[in-house]
Write a protein that binds this ligand. Structure first.
Ligand SMILES: Cc1ncc(COP(=O)(O)O)c(C=O)c1O
Length: 394
């Protein structure tokens, strides 16, 4: 029989991260795999969403975003970065930053164009590149500090390069790109006339006094940068599916068109509440980062005590670990054993690499969890050494 599905769809698998969540539910485990909080979202924002529903803001919003939200977005961006955007021409609100990335790639890439992606990478970037027809060129972030090799990056830029994807703070590594690294990337973008798509969804979750540097704030970059972010992480609202792109008018216009024909628009009442979220005082962001730092301080040493070798993150809410001390052949076998026997779900490291072999001894956990959830996970993880001593490895 003729193949009934597209070649494109055959080139990527179902999301490993979402699959781990399903497996975790089936085994009644503690889920430290898919990155979403198990604590409540801020009351005032929820109340505003409920008000908007009751006020009957229930029909299509303007395709590229409700006016109130676009105005709030540019005001917040100005307040935090000093960069100004035109809410009428330079903002596109989409269904999560996931759609922002897919719509952006489709808007700027032609088949055969190359897109540079640092790896390990957030798993959606691979399929996004395939769906848009881009050829991904991967540049390695190297352990233990996840630096990249300057000459390797320089060699990845060619006449065919259309864009580079930068994700800072980074999922899955917790890397925060330094200003010097971003300036280096910016120089290469300008030299090769390349666009930068910067996924800044963790822009407010940084540790150890580090500061977030937005690519668009660097000299000469505002005009060639598409900045993506959204409600999911900073406001603990992953299920609302609200994200946004800030980009120069020609690019924004193309993104808006793609977005229109993909989804028409993001949920109207939730956009009203998103506008309110963006007006939260400085204190909100400080507390967010402090609370995550406290969770990091609980999970990272506990993982080490159980036999993992964690790479302590500098930002975002993930911790990549080295599991080579446990003697398992690969990460998928280990992750399945961990969720089935120990009752904790993480994400196999191979799902973050173009060549799965590179992540065979890596597992990622996240810590967007209440203290009691983390304690329950740790209690289970502490049983690992005894299980291994007893020879239980499958
Ligand atoms: C780097 C990165 N970008 C985007 C997303 C998805 O964001 P959204 O919920 O806005 O689609 C995630 C979620 O884990 C992420 O880690």
């Amino acid at each position: 029989m003729r193949e009934r599905v597209s070649q494109k769809s055959l080139r990527f698998t179902e999301s490993v991260i979402r699959e781990m969540t399903r497996l975790c539910t089936a085994h009644g485990g503690v889920n430290l795999s898919q990155g979403f909080p198990d604590f409540p979202a801020p009351e005032v924002i929820k109340a505003e969403a409920a008000r908007a529903v009751m006020a009957d803001i229930n029909q299509y919003a303007i395709t590229w975003g409700a006016k109130r939200l676009r105005d709030a977005l540019v005001a917040k961006q100005q307040r935090f970065t000093g960069v100004s955007y035109d809410p009428e021409r330079e903002v596109a609100v989409c269904c999560g930053s996931t759609e922002c990335m897919a719509a952006t790639m489709m808007a700027i890439v032609d088949p055969g164009d190359e897109v540079i992606i640092f790896e390990p990478y957030y798993e959606n970037y691979g399929p996004d590149a395939i769906l848009s027809g881009a050829t991904p060129r991967f540049v390695r972030l190297r352990e233990p500090d996840w630096h990249y090799d300057a000459s390797e990056l320089e060699a990845a830029f060619t006449d065919r390069t259309r864009a580079i994807v930068v994700n800072t703070p980074n999922n899955p590594t917790g890397k925060v790109f330094s200003r010097a690294e971003l300036e280096h990337i910016a120089r290469l973008c300008q030299k090769w006339d390349v666009l930068c798509i910067t996924d800044e969804i963790y822009e407010h979750i940084l540790y150890d006094g580090l500061e977030h540097v937005g690519m668009a704030t660097l000299d000469g970059m505002r005009e060639r940068t598409i900045t993506l972010s959204g409600l999911s992480k900073t406001w603990s609202l992953t299920g609302w599916r609200i994200g946004w792109c800030l980009a120069p008018p020609d690019i924004c216009n193309a993104i808006r068109k793609v977005h229109d024909f993909l989804t028409v628009g993001a949920p109207a009442p939730l956009q009203e509440a998103a506008a309110l979220a963006l007006e939260m005082p400085q204190e909100y962001y400080r507390k967010l980062a402090d609370d995550y730092a406290a969770r990091r301080a609980v999970l990272v040493p506990a993982l080490e005590a159980c036999g993992f070798k964690p790479f302590a993150p500098k930002g975002a809410y993930y911790v990549m670990t080295d599991l080579s001390g446990f003697g398992f052949s690969d990460d998928v076998t280990f992750a399945q054993w961990l969720v089935r026997e120990v009752g904790v779900a993480g994400v196999p490291g191979s799902s973050f690499y173009s060549d799965p072999a590179s992540g065979r001894q890596r597992l990622r956990f996240h810590f967007a969890r209440r203290r009691e959830t983390l304690d329950a996970a740790i209690e289970r993880l502490q049983t690992i050494p005894a299980r291994l001593r007893a020879g239980q490895t499958h």
